[in-house]
Design a protein around this ligand. Structure first.
Ligand code: PLP
Length: 343
């Protein structure tokens, strides 16, 4: 389907996200950091369907429907935002969902709270596996798909984070919105903008890089990784971009080394593990701006961004858009860690 406004041949899309999302100036944080800091509110793509995954799922689930699947399979951590968004979106489209989730002890699954509670309310079936088994998830997907086929079901596998060539279209599409957003800023297009976001499985970064090129979005795209390291993401994002370019015949030049910018060094204690200073900044944002970051993705990336600016005030230029990719339900399981900081 070719977009009337961009002329780009987008793959089929099923509308699920409340878009365009707003772009908001963070007045007090801008003053504190000495830059113009805006937040692109992709945490407002919906309520249960909040966050960046919804944009990717618009394209991926359109494909599942086209393939006449009746159940979608996906995977993630116990509090996976992507799995929750998949469960809810599937329910909305009349599909069933089965989630393959990691837990330290699969026989003793984590408490039913946050995203996990919503998964179950949306009717998802959950298969718990260990972190070790998760490394072989492709085999588990294949086994599950075979088993479902033998019961007369047609399954559709969505990779972790919906981060593949098709899912990347969600943020190619979003790049068009960001271009319009920047145009409307007081000194918008005359200043170079840096768009900063959390990188967790790479699909958002890949989509933004390609979208910026395809749509002429004059912005520097910076991902801050919340797990793994820079080399891992240069490889993962590179593969998604290259696959997307060849699969859809995109007329853009792309180089892993010059186009992918990942700021490493803020994984901290590890994926989904928080340091008090990260949680303190999350609380500062909530009280200064009424904006809630999540501890696993946006809170860590925002923390990384602030540290970099404090080290070098102009490292990202003076006009920054922080892309808020959602994740609010990940806050609730952190209540015990947050409580002492609130005293
Ligand atoms: C709230 C949130 N922000 C950011 C990300 C990272 O996005 P991506 O997986 O596309 O790198 C994720 C998922 O991984 C997420 O759930």
């Amino acid at each position: 389907m070719t977009s009337k406004t961009t002329g780009i041949p987008y793959p089929p899309r099923v509308p699920l996200a409340r878009i365009p999302t707003p772009l908001e100036l963070m007045e007090r944080m801008s003053e504190r950091l000495g830059v113009d800091l805006y937040v692109k509110r992709d945490d407002l793509t919906g309520v249960e369907l909040t966050g960046n995954k919804v944009r990717k799922l618009e394209f991926v689930l359109a494909d599942a429907l086209q393939q006449k699947a009746d159940i979608v399979l996906t995977c993630g951590g116990a509090q996976s935002n992507h799995s929750r968004a998949t469960a809810v979106a599937a329910a909305r489209l009349g599909l069933r969902s089965r989630l393959i989730l990691r837990a330290p002890d699969p026989f003793n699954p984590p408490a039913l709270e946050g995203n996990l509670l919503l998964d179950r309310l949306a009717g998802s079936d959950i298969l718990w596996i260990t972190a070790e088994q998760y490394k072989r998830r492709d085999e588990i997907f294949a086994r599950e798909a075979d088993r479902l086929r033998s019961t007369g079901s047609k399954s559709y596998v969505i990779p972790e984070g919906a981060s593949n060539a098709l899912g990347a279209w969600g943020y190619i599409y979003a790049a068009g919105e960001l271009k319009q957003d920047i145009r409307k800023l007081p000194r918008g297009s005359s200043r170079r903008t840096t768009i900063i976001h959390a990188t967790g499985s790479g699909g958002t970064t890949a989509g933004l890089i390609l979208g910026a090129k395809l749509l002429g979005l004059n912005a520097r795209i910076v991902g801050i990784n919340v797990c793994e390291d820079r080399d891992y993401f240069v490889r993962a994002i590179g593969e998604i971009c290259e696959d997307c370019i060849s699969r859809y015949g995109l007329n853009v030049s792309f180089s892993r080394e010059s186009d992918i910018e990942i700021v490493d060094g803020y994984v901290g204690l590890g994926y989904a593990q928080s340091r008090p200073e990260e949680l303190s900044l999350l609380m500062e944002m909530a009280s200064a701006e009424g904006l809630f970051l999540d501890p696993v993705y946006t809170g860590k990336a925002f923390f990384g961004m602030v540290q970099e600016i404090r080290r070098n005030a102009r490292v990202f230029g003076d006009q920054i858009i922080f892309l808020h990719t959602g994740g609010i339900f990940g806050l609730f399981p952190k209540a015990k860690e947050l409580a002492p900081l609130l005293r």
